[in-house]
Design a protein around this ligand. Structure first.
Ligand code: HPA
Length: 249
């Protein structure tokens, strides 16, 4: 069986609207269970798999997600391209709440996560090339799809992956800005690297939920309010299905 697209939904995206002929699959992997049952279905006649990264009731925090099981499970169901939808905080001026970005770089600040499938005695060690952490082909297809769907997205940006589940301090975000990060999220890694290990196409649709701590730069730093985050996320996440439909058409 092959799939046209696998989608990993993040905070605010726990099922995918518009999927037809749905069927749920619980997939066992050598790395344990995936976050949740995977929904298989059709969108515009194309075969799609959907997995909620945090599980449907948002019960799994970013540092406890079994990224290996998730990526392995989608691969085992026939996925060759994976679109990660990730809620983020915006650091760069054009990445304020409700913006959507398709990042092109990553800096990984996470720690203690299981980051590779090359992790057991006797397994062949592979040093994947990760110069460009997202797949060029899938990135351009997503950008073109957004344009066809009439939805503005920011092309490029560096995704800084933090450990969570707490949000960052102002100083941490200032350092990330100096490092060159434009967005901050907790779930972009090791998902992207694991997808590369399995030779899957992988791109990220980053949905900006809030200004990162102390942003926009130069403004008084307001506290980040959770209700605001959820309101922004709901509004921005509504723009994801039309992009995906255009991607599949
Ligand atoms: N920081 C890290 N992850 C996030 C944020 C943030 O400000 N907003 C949404 N996910």
């Amino acid at each position: 069986m092959s799939l046209d697209l696998a989608i990993i939904g993040g905070t605010g995206l726990y099922n995918f609207p518009g999927l037809e002929k749905m069927e749920k699959r619980t997939v066992e992997t050598p790395y344990g269970p995936a976050s949740d049952a995977i929904t298989l279905g059709e969108l515009g006649g194309k075969r799609v798999a959907f997995l909620a990264r945090h599980a449907s009731g948002h019960s799994i925090p970013p540092h406890r997600i079994n990224y290996r099981a998730n990526v392995w499970a989608l691969h085992s169901l026939g996925a060759t391209r994976v679109l990660g939808v990730n809620a983020v905080g915006g650091i760069r001026a054009d990445m304020g709440p409700r913006a959507i970005a398709v990042p092109d770089q990553i800096i990984d600040y996470t720690h203690g996560r299981l980051t590779s499938f090359c992790d057991a005695d006797g397994v062949k060690v592979e040093h994947i090339d990760f110069t460009e952490p997202y797949s060029a082909g899938l990135r351009s297809a997503v950008l073109a799809a957004a344009q066809r769907a009439g939805i503005a997205v920011v092309d490029g940006g560096c995704y800084g992956a933090t450990q969570g589940p707490r949000l960052e301090t102002r100083a941490e975000i200032a350092r990330m800005r100096r490092d060159g990060c434009d967005l901050v999220g907790m779930t972009g890694m090791p998902e992207a690297a694991l997808a590369r290990e399995l030779k899957l196409g992988y791109a990220c649709l980053a949905v900006v939920a809030n200004w990162a701590a102390g942003c926009p730069q130069g403004n008084a730093a307001p506290e980040i309010s959770l209700p605001e985050i959820f309101a922004h996320l709901e509004a921005a996440t509504a723009k994801i299905p039309p992009i995906v439909s255009a991607l599949l058409s």
